[in-house]
Design a protein around this ligand. Sequence first.
Ligand SMILES: Cc1ncc(COP(=O)(O)O)c(C=O)c1O
Length: 643
Amino acid sequence: MNYERTLYSSGAPLEEAAGYSRAIRLGDFVFVGGTTAVQADGSVFAEGDAYAQTKYILEKMESYYLEAGARREDVYRVKMYVTDISKAKEVITAYSEFYKPIKPLATMVETPKLNRPSQVIEIEIDALIGSATKKVTEDRKDPARKTAAQVVGLRYLAESYERSIKWFREAQILLPTLSQLADPSTIPGSLQGALAKVDQNEAHPLNLFRLHWYNALDYAWRVRVPEHIVLPKELTGVDARIVLVLGNRFPMVSCHKVLAAYACLVPRIVSGQFDPARHRAVWPSTGNYARGGVAISRLMRCRGVAILPENMSRERFDWLERQVDNPDDIITTPGSESNVKEIYDACRELARDPGNFIVNQFCEFGNHLAHYQVSGAAFAQVFNSMQEKEPGLELSAFVAASGSAGTLGAGDRLKDDFGAKIVAVEALECPTMLYNGYGEHNIQGIGDKHIPLIHNVMNTDLVAAVSDQATDGLNLVFNTEAGRAFLREQMGVDPAVVDKLRHLGLSSIANMLGAIKTAQKLNLGAQDVVISVATDGAELYTSEKEKLLAQSYPTGFNDVHAAEITARHLAGMGTEHIEELDEVGRNRIFNLGYYTWVEQQGISAEDFEARRSPAFWKELHKMGADWDEMIGEFNKRTGVTIG
Ligand SMILES: Cc1ncc(COP(=O)(O)O)c(C=O)c1O
């Protein structure tokens, strides 16, 4: 612990003569000594007036602790000595104007006399820099449970906050709020105009305002309804409408993980915890989040480090190598998709260096919250646009494969707003949720053998497992000429739909299969809509396709191969490997997370348990508004204006 002591003087001659300080900073503690209403000229302010003196003193004291690096929210104790306790009400009125929302410990005692008869009150204040939790939204029945705000742990760190302000001001970076990303039509027109001139793949800070689902494929500014595919029965074999919202329209990385990366980092910036001048942002993932993180780091002009398993697709590494200036900023860990533990281990090593700031998508609640608020609203807009045309439609389920479980947060929103069931998908070759199993698979982007801390397991309704043989095989059908011709000519799939299947990467195909399985399991009909996402497109898996073609079809891939694959993995898909969760099932999956988070990663059992309560998530979902306020305040302080 740092016990460095800094002394602050008001310049009053008595401090020098007697030998005392007005305030002392001791490490991160700030103490403001007994202060009365003596003015700079030595006279007493508002002689005998308890209310006016209290206010005057509190203002004066605030200027001292601010100078020492503490904010009003960091004050945890106020001691008041009054010469006439019958004036308590006046004192409290003035006190409340400052500290009512902060709720520090408070003492008020009567003392016979102060230094001069005209002084009616003397005050002491103690603060701990960074101890404030901004806006604790209290809404809980169980007083033993920690609130979402306590678990998320956003505390102001004044010094680095000020450095960040300077950094963003100098780099002229404006931060979008979550509500602007949820509804980009609310982004000011001048900014939209400036953004239209910026290429979507340029590392330009304005591209932060493209972190939403409303980008058109050609990036002509914005579409009214997020681009999506409604998969026809000829392909899915079910009556229910299976809808995939397309994620390869996000800037820089052509996949939605760049939104998660922003959402994990931005609360840490606007609370002063991440210091762009001092920290390297470290982005652990099985691929796309690390790319998204490096993109965000570049947009914010700070240093980003990608950590990902060595066997991820070549396209991911090609992109990273083009983006980072220093090759040390790409760290590979052993294994592939299912080796998340190895990524955690690498993070633990890196975290020893205080210059590294680990932005862990598996436990940063911003990941869940952004998908709840931004993706949830976008997917609702897709459904609403369908319902406008067909009023009888119902949003029956939201399906998403779980990597960090961020995307599943959109399901929480769709359940709140439409009563949709939430379905979590995983690889059959590594069925952590379904069978508590283990193994290797190739559905890149959905990590496993662990339950992410940000997964609202107790709100999940079904878990489904999909084989990577199905996703690898269908990747060939969807992305070879023979396969496409087969779909058009022999299965009768609309050519326009076949053309769009190139927007489905491996995990998107898993989502599609999980959605079909859900429709089968729940007996959904033509009025039911199942929404899912195409998190990235096939363009990220060309090398995987070539590898499989060379290995399994050395003499060429033809319509017979396409027929075999679709017969087995589409028409032949049944309702095996899917479970409707009851309370026992949910608790089983929830408890499995204990081993990763409490035993391995040092999360307290209290923080871990808090997430079992629905009230925790309700509080979390309300925090988006607080964060937006903090982002707004931060932008105001940087003074950056665009357009
Ligand atoms: C391609 C792909 N699909 C799916 C996912 C899973 O999304 P989430 O991490 O939000 O659960 C990821 C996450 O990295 C991904 O990269």
